[in-house]
Design a protein around this ligand. Structure first.
Ligand SMILES: [Zn+2]
Ligand SMILES: [Zn+2]
Length: 434
């Protein structure tokens, strides 16, 4: 066998997502390809006449994915959590192996690789099926296995419920148009529309709706009435005063409307008294980086995109920031049941890492009048650290319908949207009042 000596390592720009290694042949005795030393920036390597796959572990009876990389190369590092996920989720379906070619310099020539990371797919007999150079997403890897006829179904956790466990027997007037929560009379906001009054549980739900209206918003407040906290009577939104304070436990604003500006007792509540316009300014400070809806940071997923911090009004919207911005993003979301952290990092529109690897998404869906199923809206989506947590949450929310999807699928659903679809995303008018 050839002895390969010195290995020169060139880390390409991260954008290229590959690391080029030039394997310089340094032996004196053997014949073989001589690599052009000068072409350090080009992708070159030993001229291997096809990899020596027959010699590489042909024994175990399972297809095998070998990732050749190094622990210090950035795209290789991004492969690591994917390999871990594949290893745990597809145990018994295919094997996953990682080889660090910087620590084990003999391995690279054995596989005839030119770049790291390189992923090589072997069938159960050890025959090479396919190889890919650079970062390779989980879904691409899985679809490649499918292409080669590997049955992945046994390993895929799944869960769905398209029939609510309990029918929603609340009266229509008691359900918030925006969040489907119960309407508390003291914070009721009503918007008059051509189709009749739209009832919202709170000023916040009103501003969520307002922030995603596509119609002309001039003088819109004339259509809006709020409820006097003291008397329970409706009052024109722009004529009321608002006592604005923060909930000591959750940090979310508490907003109470009053007709009489003497009423708000600042001395005991500690809030400030503001008018409708000032309330609107406050409510619209933070919005979803995907659909522009107003949101409270306490309720939203945090998204970092191109060094800018923004929000996802729901977990799926958070992923949508990658589609809208075209940037690689980092999403910090919490399990809807337990609040445990879930972190997703994307690279070129694919999931590059997921923590914990067991995390799944719930795609809340609702049947439309024509019988087809569509998204149930932002309030009915979520991430969970495990499928068990998701099931527990579903048990506690008997009205929810939809299905479990992987977080990779949730991102793919957003990435396939056209710019026009993204612009329309979650806008009122897209989903008509019930
Ligand atoms: Zn609401
Ligand atoms: Zn959103």
């Amino acid at each position: 066998m050839n002895k390969f000596g010195k290995i020169l390592i060139v880390i390409a720009l991260i954008a290229a997502v590959v690391v080029v290694i030039i394997i310089k042949q340094n032996n004196k005795a053997n014949s073989g390809a001589v690599v052009d030393e000068g072409s350090i920036n080009s992708v070159v390597g030993p001229e291997v006449e096809g990899p020596e796959t027959a010699k590489i572990d042909a024994s175990k009876g399972l297809p095998r994915l070998v990732d050749l990389g190094a622990d210090k190369c950035i795209p290789c590092k991004m492969m690591a959590p994917i390999l871990e996920e594949l290893k745990s989720e597809y145990e018994g379906t295919f094997k996953v192996e990682f080889i660090d070619v910087w620590k084990n310099p003999d391995e690279a020539p054995k596989y005839g690789i030119k770049l790291i990371p390189t992923q090589i797919f072997f069938d159960a007999s050890g025959k090479e099926l396919f190889r890919h150079e650079g970062f390779y997403s989980k879904e691409d890897i899985l679809s490649k296995w499918k292409e080669f006829g590997v049955d992945l179904s046994v390993s895929q956790p799944s869960f769905e419920r398209f029939k609510p466990a309990q029918l929603d027997d609340r009266g229509k007037d008691n359900i918030c148009y925006m969040c489907d929560g119960d309407i508390e009379h003291k914070t009721l906001v009503t918007v008059s529309t051509e189709k009749g009054p739209v009832r919202l549980c709170s000023p916040h739900c009103y501003f969520i709706m307002y922030s995603c209206l596509t119609e002309d918003k001039i003088d819109f407040e004339k259509k809006v009435s709020v409820t006097d906290w003291a008397t329970g009577e409706p009052v024109a939104a722009s004529e009321a005063m608002y006592l604005y304070s923060l909930d000591g436990r959750t940090g979310r604003p508490i907003i109470k409307a009053f007709t009489d500006r003497i009423r708000p007792d600042q001395a005991t509540s500690g809030g400030i008294v503001i008018n409708w316009q000032a309330l609107q300014d406050k409510e619209l400070v933070n919005c979803c980086g995907f659909c522009d809806r107003a949101c409270y940071p306490q309720d939203a997923a945090k998204v970092i995109a191109g060094g800018i911090h923004t929000f996802g009004c729901c977990s799926h919207c958070a992923l949508g920031v990658a589609a809208r911005s075209g940037l690689d993003i980092e999403v910090h979301e919490r399990d809807r049941l337990t609040g445990e952290p879930i972190v997703v990092k994307t690279l070129e529109g694919k999931v590059a890492s997921l923590e914990p690897a067991t995390a799944v998404a719930w795609f809340g869906q609702r049947q439309k009048p024509d019988g087809t199923w569509g998204s149930a809206g932002c309030f009915h989506q979520g991430f969970f650290v495990t499928l068990e947590n998701l099931k527990e949450w579903i048990d506690r929310n008997p009205h929810e319908t939809g299905k479990m999807i992987t977080i990779h699928q949730a991102l793919a659903n957003k990435m396939k949207l056209s710019p026009e679809q993204i612009q329309k995303a979650c806008k009122i008018g897209e989903c008509v009042p019930k």
